[in-house]
Design a protein around this ligand. Structure first.
Ligand code: PHE
Length: 455
């Protein structure tokens, strides 16, 4: 988007919901539960909450500051605020990160479409827990079927991005987010009422600190950045559409709370149900796809139509939540190509979509036909997830903190959070201290700790 064409979100709540639409997605419902499961449960969640409040919220306000002040997409924002310096590379890193995430994230978004299809076609009826595991394996390892859904997701995303996003994103977020919310609360209630669910609640709520390894810190930090859409300039690009009156601190707080709430509630759906039907919590990326169909079948046993309609409704909402996130990921690369290389928006979008298809095909096949091809022991899907979420996003977030903490003029940093003197922002001194010292040092320490250098 060029500056002169920039349109603002129409309302304060619209800005919050659009940012929350980017943040809430597969990261909350799909990734959070399996990362929690892989890292031993409640203790991981505590470390995660620490990362959200110590790194996440301040860095979100920092990204909002970069976006609204520069009125440019992330690829141009650093250059606009610190012209002619190397900082522009942080913007480029963000664009690359978002592009890579878009590729493998769309694969998982595609899985949700298959599951809508299966729900409506009666594919879940009368199956046992093991059957759901086999069903997921057969599907995700299939050479063509997941690719078909991947293309559908990318086409929808492409279409919305080319059509122009503001109205679409803002309006759809306003309807969808509350719906997703209600459905998640209902499902959590269903799941907790299943027989044998207490073990799952215990796993989720009773921390076992002996399970806190360096890996838990890296995992929780990566998850916080991924889930809050931080570290790649997604929210700074959205903030470039914020109006003058948007309260950055309050918006960040709302997005952070909504996002965390949805993640924890997703845990409350998955773990009681998983323990109830005997699925291991560390099943990895397949976790929600093998657990949820079970919840619906059990909760509505005897009324197959209701079970089918509810499962379909859930996956529809999940797909929509995923699509508001793929749109925000796509928008970052498209806006960058449009602004930097003067491509038309539609040509830029074609390039991004084609590239994302390639990344998507590679990551999808990595789970089946190409699973033997590994980097550091990880298949390409897991390697991309590791590289982007656990390394590139925290690095991007660390630079955003350093940039706002040390490079941008102090009066601008304060001005953006107080809307140039019209708002009170009592948190300002703490916020600035976190950006300057706590976040950069904390993120570095977590990396160093993971490498085993802290002993
Ligand atoms: N936050 C999104 C989710 O939780 C994923 C995402 C990551 C979107 C990074 C944009 C940028 O699903």
């Amino acid at each position: 988007m060029l500056m002169s064409e920039r349109v603002n979100f129409g309302s304060r709540i619209g800005a919050i919901l659009a940012a929350a639409g980017s943040a809430v997605g597969l990261g909350n419902v799909w990734r959070f539960p399996y990362e929690t499961g892989n890292h031993g449960g409640a203790a991981f969640i505590l470390v995660y909450l620490g990362c959200v409040f110590i790194f996440g919220l301040p860095i979100m306000i920092a990204e909002f500051t970069i976006g609204r002040r520069s009125k440019a997409c992330t690829g141009g924002a650093y250059d606009a605020l610190a012209p002619g310096t190397l900082w522009k590379w942080v913007g480029y890193l963000g664009v690359l990160t978002g592009f890579l995430i878009l590729g493998y994230y769309s694969v998982v978004a595609g899985w949700t479409l298959e599951y809508i299809w299966q729900a409506l076609a009666g594919g879940f009826a009368g199956k046992s827990s093991e059957d759901y595991v086999v069903m997921f394996q057969d599907f995700s390892q299939h050479p063509f079927r997941p690719l078909l859904w991947l293309f559908v997701i990318l086409f929808i995303t492409h279409w919305v991005v080319v059509k122009g996003v503001k109205d679409g994103i803002e309006k759809s977020s306003k309807i969808m987010m509350p719906l997703l919310f209600i459905l998640i609360v209902l499902l959590a209630a269903c799941s907790i009422s299943l027989p044998g669910s207490e073990k799952g609640l215990e796993f989720l709520l009773k921390p076992d600190f002996s399970k806190v390894t360096p890996d838990v810190f890296l995992g929780a930090m990566g998850q916080a950045f991924f889930s809050l859409s931080l570290g790649m300039g997604c929210l700074s690009t959205y903030a470039s559409y914020f109006g003058k009156k948007t309260n950055l601190g309050q918006t960040a707080m709302s997005v952070g709370l909504i996002d965390t709430f949805v993640a924890v509630l997703s845990g409350l759906i998955i773990f009681p149900a998983a323990f109830s039907v005997g699925i291991q919590p560390d099943a990895g990326p397949s976790l929600i796809f093998i657990t949820l169909p079970n919840v619906f079948q059990q909760a509505f046993a005897g009324v197959p139509l209701l079970a089918a309609v509810c499962s379909a409704a859930f996956y529809v909402l999940l797909a929509l939540a995923a699509i508001t996130s793929t749109i925000s990921l796509h928008e970052v690369s498209t806006a960058f190509l449009h602004e930097k290389f003067r491509f038309t928006r539609s040509r830029a979008a074609v390039l991004v979509t084609s590239g994302a298809m390639l990344v998507g095909v590679v990551s999808s096949l990595a789970l089946g036909e190409w699973s033997a091809f590994r980097i550091c022991g990880l298949n390409m899907f897991d390697a991309l997830d590791f590289l982007t979420a656990k390394i590139m996003l925290p690095v991007g977030g660390m630079f955003a903190a350093l940039f706002v903490g040390w490079i941008i003029r102090k009066d601008i940093v304060k001005g953006e959070v107080t809307n140039y003197g019209t708002l009170r922002a009592p948190y300002y001194p703490v916020y600035r201290f976190i950006l300057r010292f706590v976040a950069p040092v904390g993120i570095l320490l977590i990396f160093v700790n993971e490498l085993g250098w802290l002993g």
